[in-house]
Design a protein around this ligand. Structure first.
Ligand SMILES: NC(=O)c1ccc[n+]([C@@H]2O[C@H](COP(=O)([O-])OP(=O)(O)OC[C@H]3O[C@@H](n4cnc5c(N)ncnc54)[C@H](O)[C@@H]3O)[C@@H](O)[C@H]2O)c1
Length: 433
């Protein structure tokens, strides 16, 4: 393919070197004359292991040139990749001015040349950015079928960028509506194993990945600080933590849904942060876990109270399915708050037998919901009733049974990702997706 690459910085220069080594013809575009001059001589404008050789080889095979002129590049290529910077602005927001400038120039050049073209944004941009840029600057070209636009986030790390480009840790490509790009693009550019999603999902994945990396580093450092204070080698602790690939380094606990609760997580986070405080340490990330969890619970309550329903059916009261443990169960707090606001409540939880509750578990009910017995239904049909908002916190009822009972007068709020609920004949809403 003949490819223009806009922005010859860390991402653009590596992309140019790697794609030229795959046999593509590359025209680099940058506003900096010195970078363009270097590139035209096969010299990398940045320090990156392996890039020197790639650019030299591309230059000697006449597969590389650079220009400051957008129209020149567009006239000479069939596809453009935008890798210009997206820095923070003074308020901490995202400055899209460089991307916007390039998109405008590319649009103008395409209107002149009238050639079909493919535009791939690689710069990191917040969800909604590609759609906004297209609607503001390129809508006519897309509508005329002259221009196809994809968002293709970059996951390379500086210093291992060439190797990361060749074997990416993740490949995701966004199209307007999530439909697959043409086979030649999947084969020659995105990679046949790339996951295809819509633009905003691809944009969001990049931010979720970087926020996750930042969260992991901060977590390990906070464990390190508290460990050192109590003379524990936290590098050994973290190494052991990473040995658990079932619960720790895994997709477990990595799905948006229920707030956390139960007899261990809130209590142990409280104790650990208290230990840090008594040692004069501040651990902002760990200290804020409980308040973030409370915020999450509040947003669930907000969603419930935003609907027009004043009858609520809670499926699953304990903190997770197949247990009758009610200690620090988020749904007990939800039930308590709704009762306080005068809602009519029906609860279904087959794991719960009030007569069998003892100790701390029984105290939760005695103090928070003494009249639980009158709200708890052992019969699913009575619990579901003929109308109301079904707050499904757990998969505690067979969907086949729910299908027979749920009507268009119900509204289903899926708290924990129970996709089958979409098949019910009621309005479906996901809690945080
Ligand atoms: N650096 C990384 O490790 C990395 C990794 C993944 C994603 N990203 C993302 O990729 C994007 C680029 O990052 P980078 O580190 O390569 O940036 P960079 O600052 O190194 O390079 C950006 C280049 O764009 C050029 N430019 C600016 N306006 C231009 C215009 N109108 N026309 C042509 N060129 C123009 C600049 O002169 C510069 O050379 C950012 O959105 C960044 O967040 C970076």
């Amino acid at each position: 393919m003949r490819i223009s690459i806009f922005g010859l910085g860390y991402v653009g220069a590596v992309t140019a070197g790697c794609l030229s080594s795959h046999g593509h013809y590359i025209v680099g575009v940058d506003v900096h004359p010195a970078k363009v001059a270097d590139f035209n001589n096969g010299i990398p404008p940045i320090v990156e292991p392996g890039l020197d050789e790639l650019l030299k080889s591309a230059k000697s095979n006449s597969r590389l040139r650079a220009t400051q002129n957008c129209a020149d590049a567009i006239a000479d290529t069939e596809l453009s990749i935008v890798c210009v910077g997206t820095p923070s602005n003074a308020a901490g927001g995202l400055d899209l001015n460089f991307v916007r400038g390039v998109a405008r120039e590319i649009g103008d050049a395409l209107r002149q040349s009238r050639k079909p073209h493919t535009l791939v944004f690689r710069s990191t941009m917040l969800p909604g950015s590609t759609a906004k840029l297209v609607s503001e600057l390129l809508a006519d070209l897309v509508a005329a079928g002259t221009l196809r636009v994809f968002y293709y986030p970059e996951f390379l790390r500086e210093s291992t960028a060439v190797a990361d480009f060749e074997t990416p840790s993740l490949a995701v490509v966004g199209s307007h509506d999530g439909s697959a790009p043409p086979a030649d693009l999947m084969k020659n550019l995105f990679g046949e194993k790339a996951s295809v999603v819509n633009w905003p999902t691809a944009e969001m994945v990049k931010y979720a990945c970087n926020a996750f990396h930042a969260a992991k580093i901060t977590f390990a450092n906070e464990v390190g600080r508290v460990g050192k204070a109590v003379e524990v080698d936290a590098r050994a602790v973290m190494s052991l933590l990473c040995q658990d690939t079932r619960l720790n380094i895994s997709s477990y606990y990595m799905k948006p849904g229920n707030p956390f609760g139960g007899s261990c997580l809130p209590k142990d986070v409280r104790a650990l942060t208290n230990l840090a405080r008594t040692n004069g340490l501040s651990l902002p990330m760990l200290e804020n876990l409980l308040s973030s969890n409370e915020r999450h619970l509040s947003s669930l309550l907000h969603l419930i109270t935003e609907t027009e329903h004043r009858e609520v059916v809670i499926l699953g009261l304990s903190f997770k399915s197949n247990t009758d443990d009610l200690r620090e169960s988020p749904m007990v707090d939800v039930a308590q708050a709704l009762l306080g606001r005068g809602y009519k409540l029906r609860i279904y939880d087959p794991a719960l037998n009030l007569a069998a509750l003892v100790g701390a578990n029984k105290r939760v009910i005695d103090t928070k919901m003494p009249h639980l017995a009158s709200l708890l239904h052992t019969d699913l049909a009575t619990a579901v009733g003929s109308r109301g908002l079904i707050v499904a916190a757990q998969k505690c009822a067979p969907v086949a049974e729910l299908k027979k009972l749920v009507t268009a007068n119900h509204h289903v709020l899926d708290v924990n990702g129970w996709g089958d609920l979409k098949e019910l004949p009621a309005k479906y809403e996901g809690f945080c997706w």
